[in-house]
Design a binder for this molecule. Structure first.
Ligand code: ARE
Ligand code: CA
Length: 463
């Protein structure tokens, strides 16, 4: 049901933010399948506005739907279908970012990426079609200007316009039906599930009706930003799938910056989701660039800390994990790497396996890729032998794996690994260093690496 990503037990989704469908198809075949990724979160697939006024083709134009036709900045419907089929064929699933709360923002009109006309102020979206009756009546929104401006009031959060985006009236059968048709079409194409954008701004009952109308099982994770700062809590969505746990972004950043805080990573008393409901990540496409209640997150711009943070997230048994894959940017609005006509560039691969053309490809950074294999190998095991002292942290995962970080760059001490006797590769350095586990499970753990002071050994990992 809603909790099954349907990817053969694999544990990590990568968000290939703003990638074209043709590039994703190639990445599934040339990299993601062998690396053990469960699947890809893709940018919104529906027709969207083309913004050239308040910013030049910003990334966020894709969060303003014009219709549910499948031609977007990432490519055509044909290219989308080809990508889904090719990724599925190599065991990598596709999760679509579904924008259901709203259509385009007030003040916008013209033609969308699939050629449909629209006029937001008139609430007219003939490409669906949606007309004024399909949008939340003004008198249901308690805010003075019609926009979301009071996170302490669920009626304000859910019935008003989020940053001026025309709010769909999800209680109506017609809106629900159109959205069910849209998601069913994607499931027929072979999509495995959905990130629900701005789920916090939708009534759980409306989501329940949509999800209940689907013709195939689908994985769901709902974007609900709950940082103990408002009336809408993640708990309201637990029956509908996993829920984004944004407190985790702050917690892991604090802990990786100051190891003395790592022991407090998960605080259920603080309202954090139970592990089987949490969807976690170190940063996302919003908070890496100051959107979405940013906070003090660690991003690719700080590679040393970022590798430690992602590795720790993937080693630690909490939540379902997503890895971010970005493009380089200077300004918060800046869209993906593009040519002179704002066509998104291909993701090229350099001889050393890194990406070119302005793509960061964090998911290809060696420690990150290899920790995906670790998380798959240790899935379902308990955390044990937790050790935290100064700048050193270590723990085991059942008898399947052992993980350690020496933030200072070096470590040399004995640990109980919980693992069977044997010699194991440190998968982080590609087996350049090895660990010998004795019959009693103890092993001498040595780390000497200033840039990537991480050690991970596991049963069934190739190294
Ligand atoms: C753009 C322009 C606006 C303009 C609007 C309409 O920036 O100036 O008014 O268009 O024309 C993204 C961008 C927005 C962009 C929007 C539409 O971030 O800047 O607006 O696309 O193009 C809240 C929501 C949460 C949301 C974040 C951003 O609760 O759902 O804000 N995140 C998702 C996506 C975003 C996307 C949208 C939703 C909209 O991930 O990428 O917006 O589809 C506290 C609260 C949070 C709140 C946060 C920030 O932390 O607890 O709930 O998050 O503050 O306000
Ligand atoms: Ca709403």
């Amino acid at each position: 049901g809603y909790f099954d990503p349907d990817c053969g037990g694999k544990q990590v989704i990568v968000h290939l933010f703003e990638w074209k469908w043709t590039s994703i198809a190639e990445e599934c075949e040339r990299f993601l399948s062998a690396a053990g990724f469960c699947g890809v979160q893709v940018s919104p697939v529906h027709e969207h506005v083309i913004v050239t006024t308040d910013a030049m083709r910003p990334w966020w134009e894709r969060y303003q739907p014009v219709s549910y036709k499948l031609t977007s900045r990432s490519g055509t419907e044909e290219e989308f279908i080809d990508m889904v089929q090719r990724c599925n064929a190599v065991g990598v699933r596709i999760y679509v970012d579904a924008v259901l709360n709203h259509m385009a923002g007030l003040g916008r009109s013209g033609i969308g990426t699939a050629g449909s006309s629209f006029d937001s102020d008139a609430h007219d979206f003939p490409g669906v079609p949606f007309t004024v009756a399909d949008f939340t009546p003004r008198d249901m929104c308690p805010s003075h200007d019609g926009n979301v401006n009071n996170y302490g009031d669920p009626n304000n959060v859910r019935n008003c316009y989020l940053v001026g985006l025309t709010d769909l009236y999800g209680a109506t059968d017609y809106v629900r039906q159109k959205q069910i048709e849209y998601l069913n079409r994607l499931l027929e194409i072979g999509v495995a599930g959905f990130r629900v954008d701005a789920a916090k701004h939708m009534w759980p009952a409306d989501l329940e009706a949509i999800q209940g109308g689907l013709s195939k099982p689908a994985f769901f994770y709902h974007e609900v930003i709950d940082r103990n700062d408002g009336a809408v809590k993640v708990d309201e969505y637990f029956h509908l799938g996993r829920v984004t746990e944004f407190r985790y972004c702050s917690k892991i950043a604090t802990g990786i910056r100051d190891f003395s805080q790592l022991g407090n990573l998960i605080d259920l008393g603080w309202g954090m989701c139970p592990s089987d409901k949490a969807f976690v990540f170190v940063d996302n496409h919003d908070n890496q660039r100051g959107h979405g209640g940013a906070g003090d997150v660690i991003t690719h711009k700080d590679p040393f800390l970022y590798k430690l943070a992602i590795s720790y997230m993937l080693a630690y048994p909490y939540g379902f994990t997503r890895v971010m894959s970005s493009y380089f940017f200077e300004s918060t609005d800046e869209g993906p790497p593009h040519d002179g006509n704002y066509n998104t560039l291909d993701v090229t691969i350099n001889p050393d396996g890194s990406c070119g053309n302005g793509w960061v490809c964090e998911h290809r950074w060696a420690p990150i890729t290899r920790m995906v294999a670790f998380r798959n190998a240790v899935a379902g095991t308990e955390l044990a032998n937790f050790f935290l002292e100064g700048d050193n942290v270590a723990f085991s995962r059942g008898d399947k794996g052992f993980f350690a970080i020496a933030k200072s760059g070096s470590m040399d001490r004995t640990f109980q690994t919980g693992m069977p006797a044997g010699t194991y590769c440190n998968i982080i350095d590609g087996c350049a260093s090895q660990v010998t586990v004795n019959g009693d499970g103890n092993a001498q753990i040595r780390i000497t690496n200033a840039d990537e002071p991480i050690l991970a050994i596991c049963q069934g990992c190739d190294g």
